[in-house]
Design a protein around this ligand. Sequence first.
Ligand SMILES: *[C@@H]1O[C@H](CO)[C@@H](O)[C@H](O)[C@H]1NC(C)=O
Ligand SMILES: *[C@@H]1O[C@H](CO)[C@@H](O)[C@H](O)[C@H]1NC(C)=O
Ligand SMILES: *[C@@H]1O[C@H](CO)[C@@H](O)[C@H](O)[C@H]1NC(C)=O
Ligand SMILES: *[C@@H]1O[C@H](CO)[C@@H](O)[C@H](O)[C@H]1NC(C)=O
Ligand SMILES: *[C@@H]1O[C@H](CO)[C@@H](O)[C@H](O)[C@H]1NC(C)=O
Length: 307
Amino acid sequence: MWSSFAVASLAAVAAAQSDMALSTQMQHILAGAGQGPLNTYPTSLTQGIIPKGFHSHNDYWRPVPLYSALSAGAISVEADVWLYNGTLHVGHERSALTNERTFASLYVDPLLSILKHQNPKSEFVTGATKNGVFDTSSGQTLYLFVDLKTDGAATWPVVIEALKPLRDAGYLSTYNGSVFTSGPVTVVGTGNTPLNLVQGVAPRDYFWDGPLVTLNTTFSNITSGVSPIASVDFAVVFGEVPSGTLNSTQQQTLTEQVAVAHSKGIKVRYWDQPGWPVSTRNAIWRVLANAGVDLINIDDVAAIANF
Ligand SMILES: *[C@@H]1O[C@H](CO)[C@@H](O)[C@H](O)[C@H]1NC(C)=O
Ligand SMILES: *[C@@H]1O[C@H](CO)[C@@H](O)[C@H](O)[C@H]1NC(C)=O
Ligand SMILES: *[C@@H]1O[C@H](CO)[C@@H](O)[C@H](O)[C@H]1NC(C)=O
Ligand SMILES: *[C@@H]1O[C@H](CO)[C@@H](O)[C@H](O)[C@H]1NC(C)=O
Ligand SMILES: *[C@@H]1O[C@H](CO)[C@@H](O)[C@H](O)[C@H]1NC(C)=O
């Protein structure tokens, strides 16, 4: 499974001229499993990649979904899924869907391959290890946001079933009704994911993208066991912000939203913040990072390297 995927992916990498800056790291990841036993140490697949608090939005648009984000160090990726005829297809809109681009082929299978590589069985390893995808930070979980585009009640159970290979290998973060246990991959349902198919269910190995703005009001019953992360559309809260700086009211709102979430042990993600010009984008990133925002949305993974 690994090698056929890697070969296909390397072809895509070669075609991805725009991601040239990333291709060395990416080819290292992709070629990793093919290296001989003497060439490198077993868990070196993502060697040298420093994980950062970025969320790779529209991840499946990249030349090599998932791998592009990981090679840049993004600790969070997002797949838009559509349920058709029993299969979960990945794409931003219906017209973009193909039979090959499925949740299994683009996310579950590659993650399983990477994690198997990061958790080798050898005489030096006693018991099962639970290393994450990042070699430099093996305890760092990868957030896998699954954005349901089709009916939530019908689609969510199929997502849960599709995660079985990762579940069976013990690679998913879990919640047992009182305690969250971090694993290599933390699955967070968003979009149409129904709250009542997550909250109140235990034990489980999937979570719900919390509503950041109403965490202490309408959704005060949301705990970090339901939503380890809460999100909101930056533009809805703050508007356009062309200057790249928040005024005092906006800065106070940001500080309060982060404080409310963190007081509940919930991490914070903003999406849809200004992407252009680059100076404004970077200024907003800095404002968010300084305020303690845990996940900053990016549409351009190459930009992470320059931040
Ligand atoms: C739906 O899935 C079934 C079983 O996988 C398959 O036989 C059938 O051809 C599919 N139908 C369409 C319209 O793709
Ligand atoms: C959940 O896990 C914790 C820590 O291992 C344990 O103390 C607790 O009893 C567990 N709760 C349930 C409902 O299994
Ligand atoms: C938690 O609050 C939300 C929003 O008011 C509500 O929809 C949901 O049913 C509540 N959950 C429980 C378990 O009461
Ligand atoms: C900050 O900007 C917002 C949105 O433009 C505006 O509504 C608010 O009045 C401004 N506050 C201050 C103190 O300038
Ligand atoms: C809830 O948090 C918001 C900031 O996100 C704050 O403005 C508001 O006063 C808080 N409300 C309560 C009831 O704590």
